[in-house]
Design a binder for this molecule. Structure first.
Ligand code: SF4
Length: 361
């Protein structure tokens, strides 16, 4: 953790030479806040969920954006956001929609539990109105401390500091902290937050992390925090925070069967927390020691289908697992669906694309 020790001493593992010297924590908060907010006032991004004046943004837009953009870069996520807002322009429209339509509009975003929770929460909001505080937002399904802080500060001007990956990186660098814990980040974020402009402050930190203090190539030369930044002074700002040691991602082998065509196929509704509610090709994970063809026979017995030839194999990486999917053809007298009408996971979309252009094993 950071102490009031000189910056040079704190940065010893990274560099011996520190020039120029920067002020040690605690920072001169008024000057630091003024610098970041002035930068934000000049350069803040005009994003579609920033409709409305500062500190009084549209809560529905902020909420949808914060849920949808988690784990997604803004540029890519904006396409999904526009599609979702077009489908459900108001919380009432979202609340009244069937879950199938919500999942269809969420298609490709992953983390489908978020869409299901957003839908349930929208039904609560449509009945009771938007929450008027951080605690009220936090009580909604699928809303954690980050989203509650974002919506309550941006839409209600409540003094709540957000704490996500961008904030963690910016604050770790500012303080020269290599291994910031979540509690450390939240504490520093709470201290720095401008209580006069909490919504703008959070938007400013988000923008700084996304556009200037980026993971691999921070642009310190244009950064308003540079005068106080320990990592920049070290000469190796990208070394902060230290890379996280990630657990290896387990491999999950799966067989799936295409009965029909890549356009009209037998689909099943998925269960479980990960892809629950989505439709997909009938599939089974391989048991320990099982070869794909045996799993296919097991799958086809369940469906009362006849196994056919292999159509190909693909790998799909999710956050916590790497799926290797062995795709086979199958035959059965079962009802088929138009696949473009169904809400499908990215894995199933890739499988159908593979079937359309099969690479025989
Ligand atoms: S000065 Fe550089 S390292 Fe420090 S916050 Fe700004 S961009 Fe990040």
């Amino acid at each position: 953790m950071v102490s009031a020790a000189p910056v040079a001493a704190r940065q010893a593992p990274y560099t011996a030479a520190v020039t120029p010297p920067v002020p040690a924590f605690p920072f001169p908060l008024p000057a630091l806040r003024a610098a970041l907010l002035a930068w934000f006032d000049r350069t803040g991004r005009a994003l579609p969920w920033r409709a409305g004046r500062e500190g009084a943004r549209d809560p529905y837009r902020v909420w949808v954006a914060e849920i949808l953009l988690q784990q997604t870069q803004v540029v890519r996520g904006q396409v999904y956001y526009d599609r979702f807002l077009t489908a459900f322009p108001t919380v009432q429209a979202l609340a009244a929609a069937p879950q199938e339509a919500v999942l269809k509009a969420w298609e490709g975003c992953g983390y489908y539990a978020r869409a299901r929770n957003l839908h349930r929460a929208a039904q609560q909001v449509a009945r009771n109105g938007f929450p008027d505080s951080y605690d009220g937002w936090l009580a909604l399904p699928g809303v954690g401390p980050y989203t509650a802080a974002a919506v309550s500060s941006l839409a209600l001007n409540e003094a709540r500091a957000v704490n996500d990956g961008n904030v963690r990186r910016v604050l770790a660098r500012l303080h020269g902290e290599a291994r910031p814990s979540p509690a450390w980040v939240q504490g520093r974020a709470d201290t720095l937050l401008d209580p006069q402009r909490p919504g703008a402050w959070n938007e400013a930190v988000m923008d700084l992390g996304a556009t200037v203090c980026t993971p691999a190539a921070p642009r310190c030369e244009v950064c308003p925090l540079r005068p106080w930044c320990a990592a920049s002074a070290s000469g190796t700002p990208a070394a902060y925070p230290a890379p996280k040691v990630r657990a290896p991602v387990p491999d999950v082998p799966v067989v799936a069967v295409l009965i029909g065509t890549p356009q009209q196929a037998v689909l099943e509704r998925r269960t479980g927390t990960l892809l629950g509610g989505l439709m997909g090709l009938p599939a089974e994970p391989l048991a320990a020691g099982e070869v794909p063809h045996d799993a296919l026979r097991r799958l086809c017995a369940r469906l009362n289908a006849r196994p056919g030839p292999p159509l190909g194999r693909l790998t799909h990486v999710m956050t916590h697992r790497r799926i290797t999917l062995h795709l086979y053809a199958g035959q059965a007298d079962l009802p088929r669906q138009t696949v473009t009408d169904a809400a499908l996971s990215r894995l199933d979309q890739k499988a159908l694309a593979l079937a359309a252009q099969p690479t025989l094993l």
